[in-house]
Design a protein around this ligand. Structure first.
Ligand SMILES: Nc1ncnc2c1ncn2[C@@H]1O[C@H](COP(=O)(O)OP(=O)(O)OP(=O)(O)O)[C@@H](O)[C@H]1O
Ligand SMILES: [Mg+2]
Length: 385
């Protein structure tokens, strides 16, 4: 299973792999009419400028996956025998059983880029690998290296289980076939779904499971705790590591349960923090891509002003940049100016003003009030903006 993955590189290699630039050729754009430029601008979303923690985060994830695979060599009879009786195993192993695989916790404010970072790091590996033989002997298996699921908002454990099953179907190429797990089990109880997923994940040699925004599963602390306990139990039985990502709420919610929080970060703890350096670098990277006639170089002063608008929140920075550009094009202006940014801040970003103001006020409560005020779903990856 490990041999099917790329050899591990250094954190610097990982950062290089993660970095992504949009397809952009100003020479070509110059000849396009406004409407075509607006269309071409969608390429901007491909820009990915890895945050500071990207290298070490990627390294920890890579290590975790390989360490977990090393513990369960599929060619060893003891491991194979074990594949067929997950339910018994799960019952026997409570949350307090030995930790079999590590877990990574990634925490950051809304819109900082948690989801995108995890998906980009995982996306460096092929999600499904079909094996037919190994070292001359036949070995048939579809290895699923990673799964990434969103916790359903105020959802149930059953909802989460069904998402995991359909993600597994998708990754193993089973969707739409009679062998797909999702449609076959959607009426099952949670208990039996755990069993089904456990066996399915083990049979497909799942490398790592990513659960995004676990804090959203319920507004009740007790239910959040049950949800976490449940995933830990599941991961223990499948022997697969888990990556959790979420807003700082996740820490607060679980801080009282020392056991839970200790397990959640046993394989590493990472914070995507707002920082001046990253805010500046991201803006400078963005300014390399201008669809207007005359590209401009922002001065340090201008960058500083833009940062007071965005408060170094990644999604706000990028949204503001895109919208300013759109405005300039629609107005037929030859170049981007501070006025475009100011207008965008007072129109498109208006719903976020209260949240951004909380950050500007600073203080101990700033980030918490930001989370309460930030419009839900305003920064989700893939949303049309
Ligand atoms: N390092 C980056 N470089 C370029 N774009 C980024 C970067 N990080 C995030 N983005 C973009 O910023 C937006 C917000 O990112 P993302 O959805 O990953 O944030 P999040 O932390 O998961 O937020 P939420 O808590 O709301 O789920 C997305 O459009 C994403 O593509
Ligand atoms: Mg997210």
């Amino acid at each position: 299973m490990i041999e099917a993955l790329d050899p591990m590189g250094t954190p610097e290699d990982a950062v290089n792999d993660l970095m992504s630039r949009p397809d952009f050729d100003h020479e070509y754009i110059h000849h396009l009419p406004t409407s075509m430029r607006l269309l071409d601008m969608t390429a901007f979303d491909e820009l990915y400028y890895p945050p500071e923690i990207a290298g070490s985060f990627a390294e920890s994830v890579d290590m975790l996956i390989r360490a977990a695979y090393a513990r369960r060599n599929p060619l060893e009879p003891a491991v194979m025998a074990d594949l067929y009786n997950k339910r018994e195993l799960m019952k026997a192993q409570g949350v307090h059983g030995a930790t079999l695989a590590g877990m990574i916790l990634l925490v950051g404010n809304s819109g900082m880029g948690k989801t995108r970072l995890v998906r980009a790091v995982l996306g460096r590996m092929p999600q499904g690998i079909v094996h037919t033989k190994y070292a001359g002997t036949s070995f048939n298996a579809t290895q699923v290296t990673w799964l990434s699921v969103d916790a359903p908002i105020r959802g149930s454990q059953k909802g989460l289980m069904l998402r995991m099953l359909s993600a597994l179907d998708e990754a193993a190429g089973l969707s739409g076939t009679p062998a797909a797990y999702g449609p076959l089990h959607h009426k099952d109880s949670v208990d039996s779904l755990i069993g089904t997923f456990g066996t399915a994940a083990a049979n497909h040699h799942l490398g790592v499971l990513h659960v995004d925004d676990l804090q959203r599963i319920s507004s009740l602390r007790s239910e959040k705790y049950t949800a976490l306990q449940f995933i830990i139990q599941l991961a223990n039985a499948v022997k697969c590591p888990v990556i959790f990502s979420g807003t700082p709420d996740i820490e607060q919610d679980y801080a009282k349960e020392f056991e839970a929080i200790r397990r959640m970060c046993s394989g590493g703890y990472f914070q995507l923090k707002r920082s001046k350096e990253f805010g500046q670098r991201l803006l400078k990277a963005a300014f390399k891509f201008q669809w207007t006639n005359t590209p401009v170089q922002p001065t340090d002063e201008q960058i500083a002003r833009l940062r007071t608008y965005t408060q170094d929140i990644t999604s706000v920075t990028l949204l503001m940049y895109k919208e300013a550009q759109r405005l300039a094009l629609q107005n037929g202006d030859a170049q981007l100016s501070s006025e475009h940014f100011r207008r965008v801040y007072h129109t498109t970003l208006r719903p976020m003003h209260a949240a951004l103001r909380a950050l500007r006020r600073g203080g101990a409560e700033a980030e918490a009030s930001y989370e309460n005020l930030f419009p839900q779903n305003a920064s989700r990856s893939g949303d049309p903006t």
